[in-house]
Design a protein around this ligand. Structure first.
Ligand code: ZN
Length: 297
């Protein structure tokens, strides 16, 4: 990319969210590595049909840490109702615990990626998060990868309410040999790196991996690196029953990890360890992503 325009493109938040009906296969092997002050958590997603290693345990739950529910302004009524927020426009379900979003998310099978007794690690929502996109020059279809990435990032911004920005100059085509020498993601950066199917950057048949850096003390996400395989795009092109939206959902799945979401127990969720044919952005997904944007400074 030689475009040196200085203007920033803010991801549109007015885009209408489409209804998805998808086919895609994303299995998963997750490994969590705690490294020093800024632990790294790496996720691998694979389409392998082998055993699924889920990191879903009772100790990995959303916890009630938000006494201030002022962040709920602007949420749609269905999300507010799902998160058990009370007030005008919401509907109560039997047995709900009022104003306890974390309980509602846990009950729906949603899990955070990083949590401890003190709470859940999230991005603070008070300054921009920059997204950089690095595309291997060897991709089969660079423009398709770029488009699906921008679509997914746009959805992420809409659904989380995080101030997520893509700068034109931050979209780059990279020589394959240079992919390994990219500088690490900076503070408040989500770095997206597209590699070719079979690249050594990913394990065999992994469609994506997400690495999160966070402050353990403050339970705050600081940066993320997401490696995406163009197998995501190739699958969509190779199989007529797949659509571009399935590729978008695969990217959105990884981006969900990048904002702190773990996997969902609901097989229809975009955050399910294995993306079902019917996978969609469910109400629980939208609610969990909205929750991901709730951290005060
Ligand atoms: Zn995953």
């Amino acid at each position: 990319m030689s475009n040196r325009k200085q203007s920033q493109k803010r991801v549109s938040r007015t885009q209408i969210i489409k209804a998805f009906t998808r086919t895609a296969v994303v299995g998963l092997g997750c490994t969590a590595l705690a490294l020093g002050l800024y632990p790294v958590l790496a996720l691998g997603d694979t389409e392998a049909a082998g055993p699924v290693d889920q990191v879903l345990t009772d100790s990995n739950l959303f916890r009630p840490t938000h006494s201030d529910l002022g962040w709920s302004a602007g949420l749609t009524n269905d999300v507010r109702s799902f998160l058990t927020l009370t007030g005008a426009g919401t509907t109560r379900q039997a047995n709900q615990i009022d104003n306890n979003p974390e309980h509602a998310l846990n009950e729906a099978g949603m899990r955070p990626l990083v949590s401890n007794d003190a709470g859940v690690a999230l991005w603070s929502n008070c300054s921009p998060i920059t997204v950089s996109i690095h595309l291997s020059e060897l991709l089969n279809d660079t423009s398709a990868a770029k488009k699906v990435t921008l679509d997914a990032v746009s959805q992420l911004a809409i659904l989380t309410g995080l101030d997520i920005r893509v700068e034109t100059e931050s979209i780059q085509t990279v020589k394959a040999n240079d992919l390994d020498s990219l500088p690490p993601a900076g503070s408040r950066e989500i770095q997206l790196i597209w590699v070719t199917e079979g690249s050594e950057s990913l394990e065999d048949h992994h469609l994506g991996e997400t690495e999160l850096h966070f402050s353990e003390a403050q339970l705050e996400l600081r940066s993320a690196t997401v490696i995406l395989s163009d197998e995501i795009i190739n699958q969509a092109a190779d199989h007529q029953h797949r659509t571009s939206d399935s590729a978008m959902l695969s990217v959105l799945h990884e981006l969900g990890h990048s904002v702190g979401l773990g996997h969902s127990l609901d097989p229809h969720s975009v955050m399910a360890p294995s993306l079902a044919d019917e996978a969609d952005v469910t109400l629980a997904d939208r609610s969990a992503l909205a929750y991901a944007g709730t951290r005060q400074c």
